[in-house]
Design a protein. Sequence first.
Length: 289
Amino acid sequence: MVVVTGQNKVSGNPDDAMSSSDAEDDFQEPATPTATQAGQALPLLPQQFPEVVPLNVGGMHFTTRLSTLRRYEDTMLAAMFSGRHYIPTDAEGRYFIDRDGTYFGDILNFLRSGDLPPRERVRSVYKEAQYYSIGPLLDNLEDIQPLKGEKVRQAFLGLMPYYKDHLERIIEIAKLRAMQRKARFAKLKVCVFKEEMPITPYECPHFNSLRFERSESETKLFEHHCEVDVSFGPWEAVADVYDLLHCIVTDLSDRGITVDHQCIGVCDKHLINHYYCKRPIYEFKITWW
């Protein structure tokens, strides 16, 4: 009787014989593939989306058509729902977007029918449109108030040297003084002047602007620093001192800072002959709580 075992039959030919190490190599367990190898061996299929898409945006639920999300191909939403990217789902199968959904309805309304949000939500929707890279919505919002007016205001502030730096200085000085005094508020002096040259009763009254010709040596005689904490100016634009004061108060208020201001006089520094500075000085009161 012939018994067949599970062992390999060794050939009588020495050349055909396998070493024990070769045999062990042939019977080694296959190595566990790495993530890279697995990805190469099993490429992910494009994610398929239904025609009606349920969404969970930061905990708020929406439902819309797939074609609505793909309305403009150069947007983040179109890329997300193109099938090229994996989007996780929540426990109820809604596609999850990790973003505050408060204004996502306004985004969908524009994608659906071109509707724009009411004025009080324009700034917030604009921020969301930037995140989702919806160019047509950004263009439309920039052409309505308050963003249209903001573009004009920023064009004016672009003429103002070191405007943002001066705002930061106002905040830092006021904070330091309030902390030193352990007080609710702090006061500081701010000079806001439009004209570079001093204003005096001796100059021609129908000179709306005082940029008449002076020699370099004469100009240096008028150079000085008013005794204030922060100084804004000069600038060349139709907008006047009160317009700049409005900008300063608005930008500080947007940062949650309560500010009051009043004119407390002018700089009376004597420069030369009959010329005095006469730049207006304002007292700013910053209330911290």
